[in-house]
Design a protein around this ligand. Structure first.
Ligand code: NDP
Ligand code: MG
Length: 382
């Protein structure tokens, strides 16, 4: 089992569940990072005693320094701090659980430092997929998927023979809080309604992404990169109960699925302990309590982000970074009450349709496209 983890985004939903897993298995922690939640970070530091703590916000980092001056933990801030936490010598595995594109530079830095990554930060792979996968290949680094669907596929693939026998990936989607609603019925939905996910308890950004189904669009791109598949061979099926976390189909039409309760601590733990399995803090699945499992086609007309992401991946170059950047801003504007729910999808589609193709060869190609997409959204709503 890995000995020491660096947990980027330790105060978030994935971060705190990672620490549950670490606590259960007495894993050591080299670094913990947050954006600004120093109250929770201080508790985590006092429990796990990492050598390094990072607070992205500089003022909050200064406050934390004073609070923990009785401890040996060194406090850093900003991107410099994140990069330091992502590349510590005394760390076997980086858990990247920050939300958004801010995770791209730390991901690339961890890879350059030859650290394997338990990878939750999907926005990074969507925006910078070519860069990240090339760097991982060159440096012999593995990205162990944390996202439940990608972990399910990764777990099923353990049974894949060496010859090319995989026909397609079947990504399951819960359908979110607005499953079955028409486009018109979504005109006036509130932030609170969109945050009310039926099955999963997650951070605010991904919960809104689940409501728009942008999350599933991002996951199509994530799966395409992680498993080297064309989006045409990645099917989305709505499975309301979130018991089957995804499936793979072989050329002989045999299908393998991975099942479990909707609890992220199973995929998080497998990403950390792969290829080994240990007891987990999650309850076992009681089939007698699952009365039925249902499956539906997604409603592509209502949830426009799904096709927008497929289109973005097919257009290639920086266009997925554009889709992601536009969504990050639109998602936040909706949460802040500045735009309506449906405008999120409209803005993402508009950005994907209107941006010119550019190659995505360097980090600055990706960062420039991301910045332009964010400005585009702000200009659209002015
Ligand atoms: P949360 O919002 O709950 O947590 C995000 C973490 O990142 C927090 O520690 C937060 O710090 C930190 N953070 C936020 N913004 C910045 C920034 N600009 N710079 C540095 N640190 C920052 O998110 P989740 O845990 O829900 O999601 C994390 C990632 O995992 C996302 O990419 C998401 O898509 C993915 N994911 C999440 C799942 C889930 O169940 N939650 C499932 C599958 C994937 P602070 O607390 O101080 O704000
Ligand atoms: Mg997922």
């Amino acid at each position: 089992m890995v000995n020491k983890l660096s947990v980027l985004g330790s105060t978030g939903s994935i971060g705190t569940q990672t620490l549950d897993v670490a606590r259960k298995h007495n894993m050591k922690i080299s670094a913990l990072t947050a954006h600004s939640n120093i109250e929770l970070l201080e508790e985590q530091i006092r429990e796990f005693k990492p050598a390094v703590a990072v607070v992205y916000d500089e003022n909050r980092a200064q406050e934390l320094k004073l609070k923990i001056k009785d401890l040996d933990t060194k406090v850093y801030c900003g991107m410099y701090g994140l990069l330091h936490a992502a590349t510590l010598d005394d760390c076997d595995l980086v858990v990247n659980a920050v939300v958004g594109m801010v995770g791209l530079k730390p991901t690339l830095a961890s890879i350059e430092a030859k650290k394997n990554i338990a990878f939750a930060n999907k926005e990074t792979l969507v925006a910078g997929g070519a860069l990240v996968m090339d760097a991982a290949k060159k440096n012999g680094v593995t990205l162990f998927p944390v996202d439940s669907e990608h972990s399910a596929i990764f777990q099923c693939l353990q049974a894949c023979p060496p010859e090319k026998s995989l026909k397609k990936i079947i990504l399951t989607a819960s359908g979110g809080p607005f499953f079955g609603k028409t486009y018109d019925e979504l005109k006036d939905v509130t932030v609170a309604q969109a945050l009310n996910h039926p099955n999963w308890s997650m951070g605010a950004k991904i919960t809104i992404d689940s409501a728009t189904m942008m999350n599933k669009g991002l996951e199509i791109i994530e799966a395409a990169w992680l498993f080297d598949m064309s989006p045409d061979d990645i099917e989305v099926v709505v499975h309301r109960e979130s018991i089957i976390h995804s499936m793979i189909e072989f050329v002989d039409n045999s299908v393998l699925a991975q099942l479990g309760l909707p609890d992220m601590r199973i995929p998080i733990q497998y990403a950390i302990t792969y290829p080994h399995r240990y007891e987990s803090p999650v309850q076992s699945l009681d089939f007698s309590k699952i009365s039925s499992m249902t499956f539906y086609h997604p409603d592509y007309d209502t949830f426009k982000c799904l096709d927008a992401c497929k289109k973005a991946f097919k257009r290639g170059g920086v266009i997925p970074a554009v889709a992601n950047g536009a969504n990050e801003v639109a998602n936040k504007l909706f949460r802040d009450g500045k735009i309506s729910f449906l405008e999120i999808g409209e803005l993402v589609c508009s950005a994907v349709d209107n941006f010119e193709y550019k190659e995505s060869k360097t980090l600055s190609d990706v960062l420039e496209a991301d910045k332009a997409a964010r400005e585009y959204v702000y200009n659209c709503i002015k």
